[in-house]
Design a binder for this molecule. Structure first.
Ligand code: CA
Length: 512
């Protein structure tokens, strides 16, 4: 271990300004009790349990806007299409999280949360536009100090020089789908090809030539796909151009069961998806031919746009999956698979026509949830599923826990390692906090809320007003009708209002 206990004492957690139980002061700051005990135990038992204690490598494959509805292992209407055989293999050989959520459903804030293990109001990255302070504490810096070799390749969407990585090569901003440029410490590079293939090429290159065999490694392979404007690699275009995909039941949602936020957004397939830029009709002869002389509105046109959208989006997903397969194969061929944790996840979910939408941001399930699958030979029981409430604030602590590294007390998540072992702690959380700050993008109003396994309370707000929505996910999994003002839900509503206030207090969310 790279850390020694210094000034061991209990005290006040500097951030929340109140006593935080189970924290202890160490070289790098406040460390959670369990971690301190683990450090001591590892020291005592190190010689006895050398094999068990060997720190695993971690390969974290990640994509942008990858809806769980587009992964076979999650079931649903697209599962029969067999779009993701390699990601599904991670499910078969590992664990699928059915209730994995994000803290703020948009690209850059999501990534800031991943690196810091903190909600947006603490890591300072509230919106895509705001600056990210790279000098702050991030899990990879701690991993590195704990003896891990760290690498980040692909999309991170946080302007500025990365810190805590032995090797990094990242797309500038959103990055380009084709012939992508990368930023490195040495300057810019550019590679020919589709970004999904190139990011994998660069990751495999690093595994081949960059590894320090005396250290465990953490490799982040983060794809740009399947972000708008959904541009698949050329080899997927034709095979997908003739496929048709099942529609969601609520493709023609009229938003009558909810407040104004759902009605006033600007992310409908019917009215806001562009036939030219989004669906590239000018470059696709078959699409151009279909549109010849047709009215560009009405239900039939919406159905056609949905199919074109799915063809491009799912072809991007197929490209990601193929590349996940390349990485899995490489690990196997090199004998690295046995001591490597493989994870697959995305920065948030996405609408694939549900509520008539594309895009994200809302606290409704499809964009609030995100895929999360993990394989860890010898630790995770193959083919297992977990339905505990987990959130992207948990990643940082999970990686540190896997590595046996110290976990700072001001991180706001929980390690998923016990869950991966199939042993959810009895006091695991029963609710999650969410906050979307940006406002403006796709006309989605700012909102925050709380969800339990069954109920979800959302507060949409502006400077002058607020509206509340409440959903019973068991009776209404599609979130078609708010029951906030239904007298039958009075008790639930009051409980959730209190829970939201309690979570904001726990996480130190500033009052508006
Ligand atoms: Ca995203």
């Amino acid at each position: 271990m790279g850390h020694t206990v210094e000034n061991a004492k209990f005290g006040v957690n500097s951030h929340h300004g109140r006593v935080r139980e189970g924290s202890i002061m160490m070289g790098t700051g406040w460390i959670k009790w369990g971690t301190w005990m683990a450090v001591v135990l590892r020291g005592l038992l190190g010689a006895v349990c050398a094999a068990e204690a060997k720190s695993p490598n971690i390969v974290w494959m990640f994509s942008d806007d990858h809806a769980y509805q587009a992964i076979g292992a999650y079931g649903g209407r697209l599962a029969k299409e067999n779009l993701t055989p390699h990601i599904d293999r991670i499910a078969r050989e590992g664990m699928v999280f059915d209730r994995a959520y994000v803290a703020n459903s948009i690209c850059a804030p999501s990534r800031a949360t991943l690196l810091t293990g903190k909600h947006s109001h603490l890591n300072g990255k509230h919106t895509n536009g705001g600056k990210f302070n790279h000098d702050q504490q991030q899990f990879q810096k701690i991993l590195q100090k704990s003896g891990y070799q760290t690498a980040m390749i692909g999309k991170i969407h946080l302007a500025g020089m990365m810190q805590g990585f032995d090797y990094w090569e990242v797309l500038p901003g959103q990055g380009q789908y084709v012939n992508p440029r990368f930023i490195t410490e040495q300057g810019q590079t550019q590679y020919k090809g589709h970004s999904t293939d190139v990011i994998t090429d660069r990751a495999l290159k690093w595994l081949e030539t960059g590894l320090d065999s005396s250290k465990p490694f953490m490799l982040m392979v983060h794809y740009k796909a399947a972000h708008r404007r959904w541009t698949p690699a050329e080899r997927f275009v034709k095979p997908f151009s003739t496929r048709t995909f099942a529609e969601p039941e609520n493709l023609f949602d009229d938003y009558s069961g909810r407040g104004p936020a759902a009605l006033n957004q600007k992310m409908t397939i019917a009215r806001h998806m562009s036939i030219g830029a989004d669906l590239k009709a000018g470059k696709r002869p078959e699409r151009r031919a279909y549109l010849e002389g047709k009215e560009r509105e009405g239900d039939e046109m919406t159905r056609w746009k949905y199919q074109a959208y799915m063809q491009d989006y799912l072809a991007c997903v197929a490209g990601i999956d193929e590349n996940v397969g390349r990485i899995l194969k490489y690990l196997e061929d090199q004998g690295l698979d046995k001591n490597t944790v493989v994870l697959y996840s995305s920065d948030q979910g996405f609408y694939l026509g549900e509520h008539g939408w594309f895009d994200k941001r809302f606290m409704y399930e499809e964009s609030f949830r995100t895929p999360l699958l993990a394989r860890w030979p010898g630790i995770i029981k193959p083919g297992s599923r977990n339905d505990d409430l987990v959130q992207n604030i948990d990643f940082a602590e999970t990686f540190l826990d896997m590595a046996g590294a110290p976990i700072p007390a001001d991180m706001q998540g929980k390690s998923l390692v016990p869950l991966l072992r199939g042993k959810t702690p009895a006091d695991w959380r029963s609710s999650l906090y969410y906050h979307y700050y940006e406002g403006g993008g796709h006309g989605v109003q700012r909102h925050e809320g709380v969800t339990t396994k069954r109920y979800k309370l959302i507060r949409f707000y502006s400077k002058s007003d607020e509206t509340w929505e409440l959903y019973d996910l068991k009776r209404d999994p599609g979130e078609m009708a708010s029951v906030h003002d239904n007298p039958e839900y009075e008790m639930i509503r009051e409980t959730l209002h209190k829970e939201l206030a309690a979570l904001k207090n726990t996480y130190g969310v500033p009052s508006p």
